[in-house]
Write a protein that binds this ligand. Structure first.
Ligand code: SF4
Ligand code: SF4
Length: 105
């Protein structure tokens, strides 16, 4: 693959915070305000997500984390441009393109 064919590196500053659409399981010691959390069907305490699919702690104007300083451990470990980041961004782009095609029919 040439550098021209290689996809550009993922950068949070130009991403629609795709990782903030994933389920975020909280550790017992994490003190996230109750109104931002809920329980998964399996009984895990998780970050709540809105109807738009994003974590409710997102600042939807700036598209960044509204609780950045106290964000959950799993969010701190998520690596920009790591394999998981790139994979979920690809899925998200594919789904968005498909939705666009379907809406144009
Ligand atoms: S870590 Fe990856 S998916 Fe998350 S905001 Fe940054 S570039 Fe987007
Ligand atoms: S807590 Fe912050 S970093 Fe973690 S998913 Fe929610 S908005 Fe994203």
């Amino acid at each position: 693959m040439t550098s021209a064919e290689r996809p550009a590196a993922a950068r949070c500053s130009s991403c629609e915070a795709v990782c903030c659409r994933l389920m975020v399981v909280l550790q017992p010691e994490e003190s996230i305000p109750d109104h931002l959390t809920t329980y998964s069907p399996k009984g895990y305490r998780v970050m709540k997500r809105g109807e738009d699919g994003w974590c409710v702690a997102m600042n939807s104007v700036q598209m960044n984390c509204g609780i950045y300083e106290t964000r959950p451990a799993v969010c701190r470990r998520f690596v920009m441009n790591g394999p998981y980041c790139r994979a979920i961004r690809e899925d998200y782009s594919r789904d968005a393109a498909k939705a666009l095609q379907e809406s144009a029919r």
